[in-house]
Design a protein around this ligand. Structure first.
Ligand code: KG4
Ligand code: ZN
Length: 336
């Protein structure tokens, strides 16, 4: 591999991010312009607002990433961009910018699946990590147990049948009157609560299934809140946050461990925004230790949406000889 300089762009949701990487795994810069403040007042991401903000931000974020990396446009040899899944208007901003750069500089472009990108954050964090491993991808839109057999080769072992883990965090946070995004808020509040205060249901589904379901848990928490309110009883938000979080984390942990054991895979890589959850990191670390499984997880910055992970995934596609055409379109419901 000789000096591939990748410029990577990620605009699938509410972060405008651009990164410059050397040879796929060395991050020279990873600039993230968050739109959280703009969306907070609406209690969630407003797609139209997201697209507009990306348009306002993209050129500045590209320039900042190049500046921080001390790389000029002409030194860039490869472009990577998320083309799905995500909000179509948001995706199109980053995709269009990436295509324009690839065209103007006459350099190869690789479209990257956002979920795949989350897994690759682990390759940046640990320079020696190699597949195969099992990845638990938990984000605002996705909850997947994926066996990564080789670079670009995946087998989906399980996925959510209804809400994604992050989505459940965000919805319960909203019901508790916490601000968007709810995951970090619940994580914080749960530290002041008792995780055993309320016993919420854990959906393990059929014997041997590695699928997930969080809608029953969500209903149980909402019912608990409603009944407390109707009876005029005191609501302990910290206890609810802690008990809810425990139910989510326990199922995620036990399914990942059982899956790793059954498949004889001794490495698990956490990925996605919910990988930032402190209780998930703790419980999974403890259980992995007990089962002699190696656990990897990215830093918080590389767990939530960022362009560095997209650049890493894109660079491996490039190394393998793949190249996207300039008519590449955004695919909002792209599957891994
Ligand atoms: O990966 P990500 O940044 O965007 C998507 O691809 O969806 O994930 C965002 C999700 C949100 O649902 C957010 O609430 C959740 O990750 N999240 C957390 C934590 N930090 C972010 N969930 C639980 N605990 C956290 N500390
Ligand atoms: Zn994401």
């Amino acid at each position: 591999l000789d000096n591939v300089i990748t410029l990577a762009i990620e605009t699938s949701c509410d972060e405008t991010s651009v990164s410059v990487l050397k040879n796929g795994r060395q991050v020279l810069s990873n600039v993230i312009a968050s739109q959280i403040q703009q969306h907070k007042i609406f209690g969630g991401v407003v797609p139209e607002v997201a697209s507009r903000k990306h348009i306002e931000n993209i050129n500045q974020v590209i320039n900042k990433a190049l500046l921080e990396a001390n790389v000029t446009f002409n030194e860039v040899t490869h472009v990577a961009t998320t083309y799905g899944p995500g909000l179509v208007g948001a995706l199109l901003v980053g995709l269009s910018a990436a295509k324009a750069i690839a065209y103007a500089l006459d350099i190869p472009l690789n479209g990257v699946n956002h979920i795949e990108g989350h897994i690759y954050a682990n390759f940046i964090e640990d320079i020696n990590l190699e597949p195969p491993f099992l990845s638990l991808v938990v984000s605002g839109g996705h909850t997947h147990l994926i066996l990564m057999k080789d670079y670009g080769v995946y087998e989906i072992i399980g996925k959510t049948r209804d809400d994604a883990a992050g989505e459940a965090f965000d919805k319960i946070a909203r019901a508790l009157g916490l601000s968007y995004p709810g995951g970090p808020e619940i994580d914080r509040l749960a530290k002041e609560g008792n995780k055993d205060a309320i016993s919420f249901p854990r959906a393990y589904l059929e014997e041997g299934s590695y699928d997930f379901s969080f809608s029953g848990l969500k209903s149980a928490v909402l019912n608990h809140l409603n009944s407390k309110r109707m009876k005029g009883e005191n609501i302990n938000r910290a206890d609810i946050a802690a008990s809810f979080q425990e139910a989510v984390v326990e199922v995620l942990t036990e399914k990942a461990i059982a899956c790793g054991k059954e498949m004889g895979i001794n490495t698990i890589c956490l990925a996605g925004g919910v990988a930032a959850n402190s209780r998930l990191r703790n419980m999974l670390s403890k259980r992995c230790q007990e089962e002699s499984i190696i656990l990897k997880y990215p830093s918080i910055k590389l767990s939530t949406d960022n362009a560095a992970m997209i650049g890493c995934a894109g660079c491996y596609k490039y190394i393998k000889g793949f190249k996207s055409e300039l008519d590449l379109n955004a695919i909002p419901n792209l599957k891994i």
